[in-house]
Design a protein around this ligand. Structure first.
Ligand code: ADP
Length: 538
């Protein structure tokens, strides 16, 4: 990405917006109410498109389509991979018929058998992954247009991760199996792992393509059918992905996408009696509402990937240049719109001043600019006006509380939602900016003396999502790793992730994260089967 930026790679083209309706049962349709809402370009605030606004009635239709596809459709009944017995039997039958008819060409009937032999879930998901890769430029540009993200980075990180997730779980689709249990007496038991049913997937706006696929992929591999509610700020990529899923051969009704607002479409999914599980990524406040809705409706299991206020602890033996780069990317990657951003940076007292100086110097070359037209841009606009104003008001609050702005903290650009990234020094633990998730480019720098103090202060939060430690001393690193309360800990790196890394938190950062094999469990139910086993000598 750096090389591409330096070479002045050509700007990504502004994509044509092709899909703006709800995707239900394999078709793009208007909302029952006929209502639409506008999605805006954060570079200017201008309207990009009007998108069908789903509400309770549309969620009902989407859930019905998903229910039918689950109860009667082929998806949950398909094998995860080719069944050899069937394949060999079918192949021999075809060969025998071809010999009998002396024809060199395989007929339509045979072609159907051949294609059915290969219609297992994993293979279809792999085709979906290939289509995502083939459309990477278009998807990245769409994300940029709708969410202000840098297209080259989005292509490499978000789209790469999305295709990777589909491939990873495509590979898992034929590895879902239970256990054999040795019971007492003349009985034997086994466990079956069955798809849970209809999964409601409510996703946020900061990584729309990735969030879509990291939830859809394990659900599909498990054999579930899904209703996805993209965030109202960024509905376009989910609709684009729905079209690719259809092209890949995912049967109608298996993936449904209902754009709309949280308190209407989102709440309808969370409280739906026919949705069997909900996986949610978003704010802690809404996570609480999702759990309440589940408790009040059908007690569906929920998994929540929520907010954070992650610490990055920099010890005095660290390579300070590397530490500065890590602090910057841990805070300003994706304009700070990342749940796992390390917004509390603790620097050991003896190197604090040097660190601060280097950081201020490095931030001078940081470019805030138009992601689609300025290849030098390190940071684009915040996702929308509300988020932009929220971040600026936190910055004002920080100044009023007595923290000092080392750099940035001001709006910039003639139009749009651009903010110069803010670095606060003289931050006290009890200040609002050090406690609350800001979800924007705001870094809080704090001093510490000892390892014990750093650990205690890192853990002095109700969140528990990410954490980072920068040191050359592996004993210190492992003390921090073992003591910090978090779902992800990075040592001498930050944001290093891949499809096999479980991503989720503890405490008020939620439970039941995405990615990694454990994510499959969110979409599977265990059934225990017991039968007599006569004649067992045990
Ligand atoms: P943020 O504050 O970062 O915008 P939210 O938690 O509000 O994050 O939104 C994340 C997702 O949750 C979005 O798709 C949003 O529409 C949805 N959402 C918001 N409120 C509710 C709700 N009451 N019930 C269900 N989903 C909701």
């Amino acid at each position: 990405v750096e090389a591409e930026k330096k070479s002045g790679a050509p700007p990504f083209e502004v994509p044509e917006v092709r899909f703006t309706k709800l995707f239900i049962n394999g078709c793009f349709v208007d909302a029952v109410s006929g209502r639409t809402f506008q999605t805006r370009d954060p570079r200017s605030g201008d309207v990009i498109a009007s998108v069908a606004e789903g509400d309770r009635e549309d969620v009902d239709l989407a859930v019905k389509a998903a229910r039918d596809a689950f109860d009667h459709g082929e998806w949950p009944r398909m094998s995860g991979s080719v069944s050899f017995l069937n394949s060999i039997r079918d192949a021999l039958a075809i060969a025998a018929r071809v010999c009998r008819s002396n024809a060199l060409q395989v007929g339509m009937g045979e072609k159907k058998i051949v294609s059915e032999m290969w219609q297992e879930r994993g293979r279809i998901m792999t085709r979906f992954a290939e289509l995502v890769e083939r459309h990477a430029d278009e998807l990245a540009a769409l994300e940029s247009l709708d969410g202000g993200k840098l297209p080259a980075v989005t292509k490499a990180v978000d789209i790469g991760n999305a295709a990777g997730s589909l491939r990873y779980f495509a590979g898992a689709a034929d590895k879902i199996h239970g256990e054999t249990l040795k019971m007492r007496g003349q009985f034997q038991g086994c466990t079956l792992r069955e798809p849970l049913g209809v999964a409601g997937l409510i996703i946020p706006w900061n990584f729309p393509t990735t969030m879509f696929t990291i939830k859809v992929a394990p659900a599909l591999a498990a054999g579930c059918t899904v209703v996805v509610k993209p965030a109202e700020q960024t509905p376009l990529s989910a609709l684009f992905l729905a079209d690719l899923a259809k092209q890949a051969g995912i049967p109608d009704g298996v993936i449904n996408v209902v754009p709309g607002f949280g308190p209407t479409a989102g709440a309808a999914i969370a409280s739906h009696m026919d949705v069997d599980t909900v996986s949610f990524t978003g704010s802690t406040e809404v996570g609480r509402l999702i759990m309440e809705a589940s408790a009040r409706s059908n007690l569906k299991p929920v998994s929540l990937e929520l907010g954070g206020k992650s610490p990055l602890i920099i010890f005095d033996d660290a390579d300070l240049d590397m530490a500065v780069e890590l602090a910057i990317s841990a805070n300003f990657f994706n304009k700070g719109e990342a749940c796992v951003a390390a917004s509390r940076v603790y620097v050991q007292e003896s190197v604090y001043d040097r660190f601060e100086k280097k950081l201020a110097e490095r931030m001078r070359s940081w470019v805030v600019g138009d992601p689609l037209n300025d290849p030098r841009a390190d940071q684009g606009p915040q996702v929308d006006k509300a988020q932009y104003e929220r971040v600026l008001s936190y910055i004002e609050h920080g100044k009023r509380e007595g923290a000092t702005l080392l750099t940035g903290g001001r709006p910039c650009g003639q139009k749009g939602y651009y903010i110069q990234p803010a670095v606060f020094t003289n931050v006290k633990e009890d200040m609002v900016i050090a406690k609350e998730e800001i979800f924007g480019p705001v870094m809080c720098l704090m001093k510490f003396k000892t390892v014990e103090e750093a650990i205690a202060r890192a853990n002095a939060t109700r969140y528990g999502l990410g954490a980072g430690v920068v040191t050359r001393d592996m004993e210190v690193a492992s003390r921090v790793v073992r003591s910090v309360r978090a779902g992800l800990v990075w040592v001498n790196c930050y944001f290093a992730l891949s499809n096999d890394c479980p991503f989720g938190g503890r405490g008020m950062s939620g439970f039941g994260g995405d990615e990694g094999m454990q994510a499959l469990d969110k979409y599977l139910a265990v059934k225990c089967v017991v039968a007599p086993l006569r004649g067992s000598p045990w």
